[in-house]
Ligand binder design. Structure first.
Ligand code: UDP
Ligand code: MG
Length: 321
């Protein structure tokens, strides 16, 4: 794809009207100081305040400003998804609208993508200005994400400030609440050169955080589990369920044979033979066989579904000549 600008800045926002003018001025200042061609895409995620009026006002006076308005609040991931779809710069920068991320980081992020050859550079808020209730769980979250994704050099998966080569954002699908795992999505799509840059972080100036509740941790871990599963077995569910199922069925079957054989031997020797059903092993064997069959069926059904799934042949092709 021919890029139309050096940089597309994508800003997802939900009720951030007070911050927008200042953010806009700051971005423009940085862009002009470095002579970048650019566009700013504000994605208004169903704000109920004056955010959209502010965006319309900015777009009217500056052709570099684009706005996308959702009818309702869908979440940060859908907002990023639509921003990514619209972006036309060779480097895409995402940043939060709340002025916690500094536009001054843009030139260096741009340089790391264009000169150092990174596919994705994630900001790292080494010194965070957020309450402890946010920072401590985040440490745990990042440690798990590092392990599961195998991206060992990232400290801060969920930093809103990130830079991407345009191909990355056109080849990943940020859905649900997957914005927390974009580096993992990128890695799964075949973009291996993922880096990190320490960025300045500030306390929120206006409004309050949109990600407060506790359920985001549970959901976050479940999302990570789905991603890991899709990455490892998404295209071949039978390989995991079929394998486990076969092993369990086999073990159960052997156990049943042993229980039966003991009974037969006892009968033929004329020694008193207890009922097969009075042995606990009989029930263990039975359960194992049933579970084995169930797992096998789950694998088979998964396989049938993936055979018919729309995206089954969506491979990320880098080049053709
Ligand atoms: N945001 C959004 N949709 C939502 C929630 C948040 O677009 O449903 C935006 C929000 O306006 C901000 C960014 O996502 O620009 C990060 O949100 P926030 O600053 O509340 O998160 P925190 O920094 O507290 O983790
Ligand atoms: Mg914030």
């Amino acid at each position: 794809m021919e890029a139309k600008y050096n940089i597309s800045v994508v800003v997802p926002l939900y009720n951030e009207a007070e911050s927008l003018p200042e953010l806009y001025d700051w971005i423009v200042r940085v862009m002009q100081a470095h002579g970048f061609t650019y566009e700013i895409i504000f994605v208004n995620d169903g704000s109920t305040d004056a955010s959209w009026q502010v965006i319309e006002g900015l777009a009217k006076k500056d052709v570099c400003v684009h706005g996308i308005k959702f009818r309702r609040n869908y979440g940060k991931s859908p907002a990023l998804f639509c921003g990514f779809r619209a972006a036309q710069g060779s480097v895409v920068i995402t940043m939060d609208a709340d002025l916690q991320d500094s536009p001054d980081e843009i030139p260096e992020l741009y340089r790391m993508i264009t000169e150092d050859g990174y596919d994705l550079v994630s900001g790292y808020k080494q010194k965070r200005y957020d309450p402890l209730s946010k920072t401590i769980p985040t440490k745990l979250f990042n440690a798990t994400a590092r392990r599961v994704s195998g991206i060992k050099n990232l400290h801060d998966f969920n930093c809103g400030l990130k830079a991407y080569r345009i191909d990355v954002v056109k080849n990943i699908e940020v859905y649900g609440e997957m914005h927390r795992y974009i580096p993992y999505l990128a890695k799964n799509a075949g973009f291996a050169k993922i880096g990190e840059k320490v960025v300045h972080h500030q306390a929120r100036k206006f409004g309050k955080t949109k990600f407060g509740g506790l359920n985001r941790f549970v959901n976050g871990y479940l999302d990570l589990l789905s991603l890991w599963f899709m990455d490892s077995f998404g295209l071949k569910p039978m390989h995991v369920f079929g394998f486990l199922g076969s092993i369990m069925f086999f073990l159960g079957f052997v156990a049943v044979v042993v229980v039966g054989a003991i009974k037969l031997v006892a009968l033929s020797n004329g020694t008193p033979a207890p009922l097969v059903t009075s042995s606990p092993y009989f029930y263990i064997a039975l359960t194992t066989m049933i579970l084995g069959t169930q797992l096998f069926m789950a694998g088979f059904l998964g396989e049938l579904i993936s055979r018919n799934a729309e995206g089954r042949n969506d491979y990320k092709i880098e080049k053709e000549v």
